[in-house]
Write a new protein. Structure first.
Lengths: 101, 501
């Protein structure tokens, strides 16, 4: 396919924002160039005539896999919190969640 | 040669037999490997963490069981190198990333739990491309692993640490994970054996996910039989993984011992040959085809017309799943948190700063690519279309397996390349996995085993065997037959030709 969308510096900034990655401004151009190259290569998928082909999301056709509804051992509170960067009163401590304005 | 020098060259099955017979203790075996790691890993860098104390304790427990007259499992006391993407309780698990530096998981992955239950001695955690994204281990945040055949070259990836540990005689067994070739391609470029089992064959519980519909943990070793013994130890249904297949594990050990291809139909994949494959890779592959024919197999060419699109589909599906899976690294529940110092930043600001500081360039590229492919307006053209191509690739396999019992191809298009050669050229790096990716998309099993050295550079060449889902035993039958014929021809295992470190 020839109409591969070009990726601009602003596109990269917007993708980085969506992905919650605070990229340094001086890296945006390089990422834009590389993403454009990769997209150029993967756009090949559009060469395949597949309109009537069902999509495959997973190799195993599994639906609704449940376990027995019984209590089994899990992590203790202390174990669950053991890897957290910040803990307070037996809970994960997070920075403020609301914007200032 | 000292006892230790002999012990590190034993196969896993020889080691287990010697321990079981009381000819050597598990502690002696563990110590010999720890000594080897101390002597050579400064140059190889296969390990991110060596658990000396834990390994010796586990080995002592095996010796105590034996002394108490208990029956030992087939791999009891054999040392193993565990890829750093699988959790082991209390042992650092980084996935090759800064964002998980220092994280000590509070639980064992199912693979780890099964290894421990079998008395396998876990020596430490092996280096890998960050979150398994790469084909060279150069994307590890902790520096690359070096190929024991030539320390200036890549050991493959993402499981380069596990493969290099085997080739450097630091461990006779290793665990890898394979999302697009991360077990098979490192095996190919290090002269070792690696198997990606059927999707769902080995539990993913405690395997830090890259792409959940593609990831599969599997066994790595220096011989086909050792790989089978490890496969049998870790495989089988696990209620903790909802995508685990609730079917019996194929008898891979019996298949490795059978090693008989007479009357089998073997298909050479037409689309995975020719242009783009190094001359020495083609030569060793063609010689192996001749050997399989001599051994009594019927070898024919089989077309898989959609395979040329597998790479493109994969690099849309994988980043899409990865961008979602890696969203959990938010600086709250585990791992790194940075950027809280100036005033009172919001959680979004801290998250953005943490992820920018914690993720390397390849992870950032793939997260952004996945975010793009899943975004409104592009979803149908990219992710949706890739899923349809995935169906066509699975259909190519299904049609091929109506004609033949297994498919074969070179594992990788080239031998090990120089460190740094493709580091900043993502598309060139991605091409390494061109022959291994189709099996991940279809969920079918694949093996790589060494079939010689390329005459032009003296580096190992791997041959890939692919089988239908849940017919993993066929890989071992064909692999063991070819391995035995090559051993007769060479007169010694291929790793004996590797330079001593």
């Amino acid at each position: 396919m020839s109409d591969t969308p070009s990726i601009t510096r602003d596109d990269v900034a917007s993708l980085a924002r969506l992905a919650r990655i605070d990229l340094a401004p001086d890296t945006l151009d390089h990422y834009a160039e590389q993403l454009a190259q990769i997209l150029g290569a993967v756009a090949q998928v559009s060469e395949v005539a597949a309109d009537d082909i069902p999509p495959m999301s997973h190799p195993l056709p599994l639906v609704n896999v449940f376990r027995e509804d019984v209590v089994r051992p899990g992590l203790s509170n202390a174990e669950a919190l053991s890897g957290a960067p910040s803990v307070e009163s037996d809970r994960f401590r997070v920075p403020r969640i609301l914007d200032e304005e | 040669m000292s006892l230790g020098a002999d012990l590190i060259r034993f196969t896993a099955s020889e080691t287990a037999a010697a321990i079981s017979a009381g000819e050597v203790s598990a502690v002696e075996v563990a110590q010999a490997h720890l000594d080897r790691i101390a002597a050579v890993d400064g140059r190889v860098h296969a390990f991110l963490h060596v658990d000396t104390e834990g390994a010796l304790e586990a080995a002592a427990a095996v010796d105590a069981s034996r002394a108490a007259g208990e029956r030992l499992s087939p791999l009891a006391g054999v040392p193993l190198a565990l890829k750093d993407v699988l959790t082991q309780r209390g042992i650092p698990t980084t996935c090759g990333s800064r964002i998980l530096e220092g994280w000590r998981p509070p639980y064992d992955s199912t693979v780890t739990a099964r290894l421990k239950a079998a008395g396998v001695v876990i020596l430490g955690k092996t280096n890998m491309d960050e979150f398994a994204m790469g084909s060279s281990t150069e994307h590890s945040a902790y520096g690359p692993t070096h190929n024991p055949w030539d320390l200036d070259r890549i050991p493959g990836g993402s499981g380069g640490g596990s493969a290099a540990a085997l080739a450097a005689f630091e461990a006779p067994l290793a665990i890898g994970t394979d999302t697009g070739g991360s077990i098979r391609q490192p095996a190919a470029v290090t002269g070792t054996v690696g198997v990606k089992p059927t999707y769902g064959g080995v539990s993913r519980f405690g395997l830090v996910a890259l792409a959940s519909s593609l990831d599969q943990a599997g066994p790595c070793a220096r011989t086909v039989l050792d790989t089978a013994l490890l496969h049998a130890t870790i495989a089988g249904h696990d209620p903790l993984d909802s995508t685990s297949a609730d079917v019996p594990v194929p008898d891979v050990v019996a298949a490795a011992l059978r090693a008989d291809v007479r009357g089998m139909r073997i298909g050479v994949v037409k689309e995975l040959s020719g242009e783009g494959y190094q001359a020495g890779v083609r030569q060793r592959f063609d010689e192996s085809v001749a050997i399989l024919t001599e051994l009594g197999a019927e070898v024919v060419e089989v077309a898989c017309p959609n395979f040329p699109y597998a790479l493109a589909a994969y690099y849309l599906i994988l980043p899409s799943e990865a961008s979602s899976n890696l969203a959990k690294f938010d600086g709250v529940r585990f791992g790194l948190r940075v950027g809280e110092d100036d005033g009172s930043p919001s959680i979004e600001q801290v998250m953005g700063r943490t992820r920018a500081a914690g993720f390397g360039p390849e992870v950032i590229r793939r997260i952004m690519l996945g975010t793009y492919a899943l975004s409104s307006g592009y979803y149908d053209a990219y992710y949706g279309q890739a899923q349809k191509v995935r169906t066509l690739i699975a259909r190519d396999f299904a049609a091929a397996f109506e004609k033949v019992d297994v498919l074969i191809s070179p594992t990788a298009p080239t031998t090990a390349f120089k460190l740094g050669e493709k580091l900043d050229d993502p598309v060139a790096m991605y091409l390494n996995d061109i022959a291994t990716i189709p099996a991940n998309l279809a969920g079918t099993p694949g093996m790589s085993l060494p079939v010689g050295l390329a005459p032009e550079d003296g580096l190992p060449v791997g041959l890939q065997i692919m089988a239908p889902a849940m017919a993993d035993d066929r890989l071992y039958n064909v692999g063991a037959a070819l391995e035995a014929a090559l051993l007769r021809q060479w007169g010694h295992p291929i790793l004996q030709e590797a330079p001593s470190l």
